[in-house]
Design a protein around this ligand. Structure first.
Ligand code: GAL
Length: 669
């Protein structure tokens, strides 16, 4: 990743997706006036505008986009100009039926929504390059252009003949020959041994459980294929003007076949879309986790702390399963500034103006169906003013001395059929460890394996199922350098091909941890097993043998009664822990706090009252303390310095308003 982001030392980015193609020109002018009122300085334009840019194959209608960029520039608003390749027009489907996606069941999809293409189909790739090239030629030197936004949320898969052929080519590149593939996928099982590449296909619907290695590689193949679709557009955009940064917005969730860590190296700034999925405090927990995840990808991509950008978030709604929850006053600002606190170079919304129709007509917007005389618009304007006061404070380094490992492929592998329990969830376990620390006020980085761990006193591996030799080496180097380690159940059980590492679990780490796991005892959804010292274990339990470690907590009841549940071993001056079950939230919080304390990782603001989130960032001017009050009462927090949002001097104690945020430029101690 390069570091040419134009916002690095300027104002924070503020704006969102703007879809002027949905509106007549008088609304464009009204929108731009409102954007200026709200302090907007960046809008993402044209994400789904392909059919308006190329209504017929090869006929381009760009006049409206010329006018849009020409209106934005004098208004001081810059464009993140999108390539519209996530939504090919209907003519594309009729002209290239072979480029429409096929599901695992063999059903060919058609247009009518978005994302109806196979990214391995030559016709799609040609059409995508063509429209990207047209935009590059026309706009690469436009003064309003700040950033290229390629596509939207890459994440589709396909099983058509093009995809199958491309999968075989990818596998040939990965394994060289069929012997290596047969070995990695353990095709000796169920007579799956391949003797000709023509026999190897995508994991289409089959009679019973599919091969785990094949499923895992299919995800990796799509990550790489989609990445090449991105990089070929990037090449065209960069060729037209190398000074303009290029990115694509990432959607989160382990259903997405994207290895974000790998992609982070290919974008000029990591961007994420973030939408919490629960209306309770879980929304704040998820926000902190997503932002730390994005920061970890940015650091992984750059090799050092780097800014990233919240490319989409919802101004006034949280979409829970089956219901849109309206965000309470102040919540949008807290969510937005929680991202900024953790290194986002700004705040972008989906979307600027709510559409009058279409599938997402009731989705969140700054300018709603009611217009701009609304609570949400006033809050957005206040947020714009707050961000302006924070200009020049990004990016900096977030203070954290715990690192939680996160690996896309481990998440995919645990989803495979035939695991000892359904619902195994590496991202969920990473989030659970993060949540436990978040409630204890201890800041954590979330990093892909291999990321430099400078500053991390404690490394947590949360159900990090896959362990390549390189990952094992990364963990060992951390411990050899005196770092503490906490490994949870199912970590290091398999190698990178999902082949089990034999000799007792967890094959990758048992010697280091001083344990040997003989047998799994997965728990039912509603089952709990008591632990000595209080608390319970959930989801999972194991028959653990000590082989150098000592028992910290034992199972107290059931078939594992009296056997080790949580163990610890001393390595030099550090501890390495093994946790063979998922402790209940309170027990997990206490356990991780203790492991962090012993490692020298303490809360960011030890005297902050419960419900106040504290994030400290260091930059060249010193340190900034973000305080987010998630309670409905004023909260007093020890702090000293200068509060940037109000301009007040803080002399020892700061009162943060109910649901409010404060940002203190701290006095050097
Ligand atoms: C995002 C997507 C947007 C819009 C939004 C709705 O994931 O990129 O285009 O669909 O969700 O919440």
């Amino acid at each position: 990743m390069t570091t040419k982001a134009p916002w690095s030392d300027g104002p924070l980015c503020y704006g969102g997706d703007w879809n002027p193609e949905q509106w007549p020109p008088h609304v464009w002018r009204e929108d731009i006036a409102l954007m200026r009122d709200a302090g907007v300085n960046l809008v993402t334009v044209g994400v789904f505008a392909w059919s308006r840019l190329e209504p017929e194959p090869g006929r381009h209608t760009l006049d409206w986009l010329d006018r849009i960029l020409d209106l934005l520039h004098p208004a001081g608003i810059r464009a993140a100009l999108a390539t519209p390749t996530a939504s090919p027009p209907p003519w594309f489907s009729l002209r290239h039926p072979d480029a429409l996606p096929v599901t695992a069941d063999g059903v060919r999809l058609t247009h009518g929504s978005r994302d109806t293409y196979c990214a391995a189909a030559p016709a799609y790739r040609d059409a995508a390059r063509s429209i990207a090239g047209v935009l590059a030629t026309r706009y690469a030197d436009h003064p309003a252009l700040a950033l290229w936004h390629v596509h939207n949320e890459y994440g589709t898969t396909c099983h058509c003949p093009h995809a199958e052929a491309a999968f075989r080519r990818w596998l040939t590149g990965r394994y060289g020959d069929l012997d290596a593939l047969n070995d990695a996928w353990v095709t000796s099982f169920w007579s799956q041994h391949y003797t000709d590449w023509a026999q190897v296909g995508t994991p289409r619907a089959t009679q019973y459980l599919a091969n785990p290695g094949q499923l895992l590689d299919f995800r990796r193949f799509w990550s790489d294929t989609l990445l090449s679709a991105y990089t070929e557009q990037r090449a065209l955009l960069r060729a037209a003007n190398p000074a303009v940064p290029v990115t694509t917005n990432c959607v989160l969730g382990d259903w997405v076949p994207i290895d974000h860590a790998r992609w982070a190296r290919e974008v000029d700034v990591v961007t994420i879309d973030h939408y919490p999925t629960t209306a309770d405090l879980g929304a704040e927990e998820q926000t902190a986790f997503a932002a730390d995840l994005a920061r970890g990808w940015a650091r992984h991509g750059a090799g050092h702390a780097a800014p990233w950008l919240l490319a989409e978030s919802a101004p006034n709604q949280i979409h829970t399963a089956g219901r849109m929850h309206t965000k309470e006053p102040g919540r949008m600002t807290r969510h937005s500034l929680a991202h900024v606190a953790r290194g986002s170079a700004g705040v972008m919304f989906f979307q600027w103006r709510a559409p009058a129709g279409g599938a997402e007509r009731f989705h969140s917007a700054v300018v709603s169906h009611a217009g701009a005389d609304t609570r949400v618009f006033r809050e957005a304007t206040d947020l714009g003013a707050a961000l302006a006061r924070l200009a020049g404070t990004a990016p900096g380094r977030v203070e954290a001395s715990v690192a939680i490992a996160y690996d896309a492929a481990s998440g995919w592998a645990l989803r495979h059929p035939g695991m000892p329990r359904a619902g195994l969830d590496h991202p969920g376990e990473a989030a659970a460890a993060h949540r436990a620390l978040w409630h204890a006020g201890v800041a954590a980085d979330v990093v892909p394996p291999g990321t430099p761990l400078d500053g991390a006193r404690l490394l947590v591996l949360p159900a990090l199922y896959l362990a390549s030799d390189a990952t094992i080496d990364w963990v060992r180097r951390h411990v050899d350098a005196g770092g503490h380690l906490l490994v949870t159940w199912l970590s290091g059980v398999a190698n990178e091909h999902a082949r089990v590492r034999l000799g007792g679990y967890p094959g990758a780490y048992r010697d280091l941890l001083g344990v040997r796991v003989e047998e799994f005892h997965p728990l039912a959804d509603d089952e709990e097993v008591p632990l000595t010292g209080g608390g319970t274990g959930r989801i999972w339990s194991e028959r653990v043998h000590l082989a150098g470690a000592e028992t910290v907590r034992a199972y107290a009841g059931g078939v594992l009664d009296g056997r080790p549940a949580i163990t610890r071993r001393r390595v030099g001056d550090a501890y390495v822990w093994y946790v063979s079950t998922r402790p209940d939230d309170d027990t997990y919080r206490r356990l991780l706090t203790e492991a962090a304390r012993l490692a020298g990782a303490t809360p960011t603001c030890p005297d902050a009252p419960p419900g106040v989130e504290a994030v400290r960032r260091h930059d060249t001017d010193g340190s900034l303390l973000y305080l987010l009050n998630h309670t409905d009462r004023p909260q007093r927090v020890p702090a000293a310095g200068f509060e940037l949002l109000t301009g007040a001097t803080v002399d020892g104690v700061l009162t943060v308003a109910p649901g409010g945020v404060a940002v203190v430029r701290e006095e050097p101690s």
